[in-house]
Design a protein. Structure first.
Length: 437
C-alpha cells in the first residue's frame, strides 16, 4: 500500500490532485479554529474544559464538525447541513414526481438536484445557526458550566444576526471546498471532509481514555481500546465488502448486421445496503425528545421520564429504542433507495433476465425477496456495531461519542474504502499495482 502511495506521488497528475486535496483539508481545519464575532473565546474554552467528555446532546453534531461546534467557530455547523439536505432531497425524490423525473434525465437532472441541495443547505444552515446561537445565549450549550451564560456577552439583535450570517457563510464555504475536492482533487469531496472531521477527534478522545485509566497509568486501557477498535474496523471492512451477486443474462439480438447482447453480468446487492444513514436517523430522532425536555420549563412527569431514560446512552430503554430504530430505518431506507420493479422493468426492456426467473413481475418479486433477506443481517449488524462500543467500553470511561463508536467507524471505513478504490482505478489505468489486491 505504501508503494502504491509512492507511485501515486510520482505520477504528475495524481500528485497534483493529492496535494490539492491536502491543501483544502488544511484550509478546512484552520477554519474550524476561527471563532465567530460576538463570542467570548475564554468563556468557551473554560466551558469546553469543564464539560470534558460529557458533550450532551450536541456530541454527535460536534463529532461531524471536527469539534468546531462546541468551539462556536466559523465552521461550527460543518458538513451536517449539506448531509441533511442531501438526505432530504433523496427522500423527496421518491415522493415528488418532478424530482423523480429530474433524476431520470441524467447529468442535466442531477445538476438541477445538486442546485436544489445547495439552496436547501443554506436554508438549513440559517435554521441550525439560529438554534445554536440561541442555545449559546441561554447557556444551555454547556450544562453545568459556571460561565455558560457569558459565552455571548452582547445579546443585541445585530450581534445575533452577524453570528448567524458568519456560520451560514462558513457552511457555504465548506460546501464549496468539498466540491473543489470532487472536481479538482481525488474526488468524493464531501465524504473526505466528513472523514477528516471525525478523524480529528480521535487523538483527544483516546488520550482522555488514557488519562482516566488506572491500570499501568492508563496504558492498559489505552491499548485495549486500540485493539478493540482494530477488531471493529476489520469486522466493518468485511461486512461492507460483502454482497449478494444476482446473475443476469442478456439475450442476443440482431440489429441490422450487428449482434448485441448475449453477455452475462450480475446485480450486486450489498449486505449493508443502507450504509450509515439508519444510524444517523436513529441518533437524530432520539435526540429530539431530550432536546425538547431540555428547553421545557417545570418538572413535569414526562420531562422527568425523558431525562432519566432517554439521555443516557447506557440506559436499557435508550439502548432498546436505539437498536429498534436502526433496524426500522435500515429497511425504510433500502425500500426507498432500491426499487425492484424499476430494476425488473429495465432488465426486461433491454432483454435481460435472471436464470430460472421469468421477466417482469416474477423478477421484481424475486429481487424484493432477496433484498429483504439480506437486509435483516445488515440491519442487525448496524445495530450491534452502534451499541457494542457503548456496552463493552463503558468500563474505560467511553462516552456515547467514543471515537470507535458505530457511526464514526462506519463513516471512516466507508469513506476510506471508496477513496482507495478511486485512487486504485487511476493507478490501474497506468498499469500500476493497486491498493486492494
Amino acid at each position: 500500500m505504501l508503494t502504491a502511495f509512492a507511485r501515486a506521488f510520482r505520477t504528475p497528475d495524481l500528485r497534483k490532485k493529492l496535494l490539492f486535496t491536502l491543501a483544502i483539508i488544511v484550509v478546512y481545519r484552520v477554519g474550524t479554529h476561527i471563532p465567530i464575532p460576538g463570542v467570548n473565546y475564554k468563556a468557551v474554552q473554560q466551558c469546553v474544559t469543564e464539560a470534558g467528555a460529557n458533550q450532551g446532546l450536541f456530541g454527535l453534531v460536534n463529532m461531524f464538525s471536527g469539534g468546531a461546534l462546541l468551539q462556536i467557530t466559523v465552521f461550527a455547523l460543518g458538513i451536517m447541513p449539506y448531509i441533511t439536505a442531501s438526505i432530504i432531497l433523496q427522500l423527496l425524490t421518491v415522493v415528488i414526481p418532478r424530482l423523480e423525473a429530474l433524476k431520470k434525465e441524467g447529468q442535466a437532472g442531477t445538476a438541477k438536484i445538486t442546485q436544489y441541495t445547495r439552496y436547501l443547505t443554506v436554508a438549513l444552515a440559517i435554521l441550525q445557526g439560529t438554534g445554536l446561537v440561541a442555545t449559546a445565549r441561554s447557556g444551555a450549550l454547556f450544562n453545568g458550566c459556571s460561565v455558560a451564560t457569558s459565552i455571548v456577552p452582547d445579546q443585541a439583535i445585530f450581534t445575533t444576526i452577524t453570528m448567524v450570517v458568519c456560520m451560514t457563510a462558513g457552511t457555504a464555504v465548506v460546501m464549496w471546498l468539498g466540491e473543489l475536492i470532487t472536481d479538482r482533487g481525488i474526488g468524493n469531496g464531501m465524504s473526505i471532509l466528513m472523514f477528516i472531521s471525525i478523524a480529528a477527534t480521535f487523538p483527544s478522545a483516546l488520550w482522555a481514555i488514557k488519562k482516566q485509566g488506572t491500570l499501568a497509568g492508563g496504558w492498559i486501557e489505552f491499548g485495549t481500546v486500540i485493539l478493540v477498535g482494530l477488531v471493529m474496523v476489520a469486522l466493518v471492512v468485511f461486512v461492507e465488502q460483502a454482497q449478494r451477486r444476482i446473475p443476469v443474462q442478456y439475450a442476443k439480438r440482431m440489429i441490422g448486421r450487428r449482434s448485441y447482447g448475449g453477455t452475462s453480468t450480475y446485480i450486486p446487492l450489498k449486505v449493508n445496503q443502507a450504509g450509515v444513514i439508519p444510524v444517523i436517523f436513529a441518533s437524530s430522532l432520539l435526540y429530539i425528545p431530550a432536546l425538547v425536555a431540555q428547553f421545557a420549563g417545570g418538572n413535569s412527569g414526562w420531562k422527568t421520564w425523558i431525562t432519566q431514560n432517554l439521555t443516557k446512552g447506557d440506559h436499557p430503554i435508550y439502548i432498546t429504542l436505539y437498536f429498534l430504530l436502526i433496524v426500522f430505518f435500515a429497511f425504510f431506507y433500502v425500500a426507498i433507495s432500491f426499487n425492484p420493479e424499476e430494476v425488473a422493468d429495465n432488465m426486461k426492456k433491454y432483454g435481460g433476465f435472471i436464470p430460472g426467473i421469468r421477466a417482469g413481475r416474477p423478477t421484481a418479486e424475486y429481487l424484493s425477496y432477496v433484498l429483504n433477506r439480506i437486509t435483516w443481517p445488515g440491519s442487525l449488524y448496524l445495530g450491534l456495531i452502534a451499541l457494542v462500543p457503548t456496552m463493552a467500553l463503558v468500563g474505560f470511561g467511553a462516552t456515547n461519542n467514543f471515537p470507535f463508536g458505530g457511526t464514526s467507524i462506519l463513516i471512516i471505513v466507508g469513506v476510506g474504502l471508496e477513496t482507495v478504490k478511486q485512487i486504485e482505478s487511476q493507478l490501474q489505468q497506468r498499469n500500476y499495482e493497486g491498493f486492494l489486491r
